[in-house]
Design a protein around this ligand. Structure first.
Ligand SMILES: [Zn+2]
Length: 158
């Protein structure tokens, strides 16, 4: 178990698409240790989610903390986005102290591989749908500031 250093805005890993996880590696000790470390790191930083690039790992893996029950999403794909959208304030562990209003679809259907290697498809709405979208953005090299109508100027958004 370890608390990993979190990559911050300006680190190139945050701005490029992450590599798909090879399904053969999911049941390895190393991969399970990474998932455990990411959960510990997320809790230590009081986040509601964390993506592998945020701990310097170039893989399509993220943790989502739903009702204090964290779970892994691996190689996720958004299959459907609701037409209805809503604006809400977001922050990010990679941009400490930065918050901004982001408009996103209210609900999404997502397919992903879970921590056991089982494929799942879920439809989520509300806060958890927002966390799914925020973390999947990370796996595509996007940060919430790139979704803002008017990104904060002083960040020099790369
Ligand atoms: Zn984030």
């Amino acid at each position: 178990m370890a608390i990993l250093p979190i990559t911050k805005l300006g680190h190139p890993i945050l701005r490029r698409p992450a590599q798909p996880v090879d399904l053969m590696t999911i049941n390895t000790k190393k991969f399970h240790a990474l998932m455990t470390d990411m959960i510990d790191t997320m809790y230590a930083a009081r986040g509601v989610g964390i993506a592998a690039p945020q701990v310097g790992v170039d893989l399509q893996l993220a943790i989502i903390n739903h009702s204090d029950t964290p779970f892994s999403i691996i190689n996720p794909r958004i299959l459907h986005r609701s037409f209805r959208s809503a604006t809400s304030e977001e922050g990010c562990l990679s941009l400490p102290g930065v918050f901004g209003s982001v408009r996103r679809p209210v609900s999404v259907t997502v397919s992903y591989i879970d921590h056991n290697g089982t494929e799942r498809t879920v439809e989520e709405s509300g806060l958890v749908a927002r966390v799914f979208q925020h973390e999947i953005d990370h796996l595509n090299g996007l940060l919430f500031i790139h979704r803002m109508k008017v990104p904060p100027k002083d960040l020099g958004v790369p």
